[in-house]
Design a protein around this ligand. Structure first.
Ligand SMILES: Nc1ncnc2c1ncn2[C@@H]1O[C@H](COP(=O)(O)OP(=O)(O)O)[C@@H](O)[C@H]1O
Ligand SMILES: [Mg+2]
Length: 242
């Protein structure tokens, strides 16, 4: 028997006033994949993520996690089930050290002190934050703070991590750390849905991609094929450039 995809999105739609932001979007996210979600500005990507993480409810359509409908659950219920939109679940305490922020996040997720300590130590290394681990988090750069937030979300790895433009406005060195983190976590089975405009990163990280334009899915499949799809090229050339 075929197992259900990790996440199934079945014909979800969202309208804002007269604007059909998302129009009957359907796709599956298989367990263990890094799925790219691309498309020109305003094509509905963030609205789709908002509907997956419970910030918005679709007007129509159903979403499923491992076969179970999750359409009208709240962000905290979804986080509890393992659907995490980064970085909405994290709150960095600026007067505490980076290390203590990881510990607190882990304790809040129900880890024992010993497990939280071990995971915090290994995440600090994985995210190359050793040199700033005892600094107040308020003194970290924007990119370091994002890496810390990644770490906080991964104190208890979610079933699926939803990422909306994680690389935007991040220093290239940290962008590299972030993409290596995503890749290595994926190699140990972590599933990601990644919205990004950084085509070289999408190409290198995402096994498959979905492209949206004006609220609809216009192409899906292996990333290379999607990026070469004439419909996709036309969507990018025809609309707003980013
Ligand atoms: N909260 C909102 N209220 C009204 N219109 C919105 C809202 N959020 C998004 N939109 C509109 O929905 C469309 C899709 O937006 P969005 O999902 O942010 O696109 P993307 O993330 O692909 O750039 C756009 O036309 C945008 O202006
Ligand atoms: Mg967006």
């Amino acid at each position: 028997m075929k197992t259900a995809p990790l996440l199934r999105i079945d014909a979800i739609s969202k309208r804002f006033g007269g604007n059909q932001a998302v129009d009957h979007v359907s796709f599956d996210v298989q367990k263990g994949i890094i799925l790219g979600l691309i498309g020109p500005n305003g094509s509905g990507k963030t609205t789709v993520l908002n509907m997956l993480s419970g910030e918005l409810f679709p007007d129509e359509g159903v979403t499923y996690l491992e076969g179970r409908p999750i359409t009208r659950l709240s962000p905290s219920q979804l986080a509890h089930l393992g659907v995490i939109r980064m970085f909405q679940m994290t709150r960095v305490f600026s007067r505490l050290s980076a290390f203590d922020n990881l510990l607190i996040a882990g304790r809040a997720m129900g880890l024992t002190a010993a497990v939280a300590l071990a995971r915090a130590q290994s995440l600090i290394e994985e995210l190359t934050l050793e040199h700033v681990q005892y600094l107040d988090a308020g003194h970290l750069s924007g990119g370091q703070k994002k890496l810390l937030e990644f770490g906080m979300c991964f104190m208890c790895p979610p079933k699926i991590a939803l990422l909306d433009e994680p690389f935007a406005a991040v220093h290239p060195v940290m962008r590299k750390t972030m993409s290596r983190f995503i890749q290595s976590r994926n190699q140990s089975g972590q599933t990601f849905l990644l919205v990004s405009h950084d085509m070289p990163i999408v190409k290198s990280l995402c096994h498959e991609s979905i492209c949206m334009n004006t609220g609809k899915v216009i192409s899906q499949g292996p990333t290379r094929a999607v990026l070469e799809d004439p419909n996709v090229i036309e969507a990018y050339l025809g609309g707003d450039h980013e």
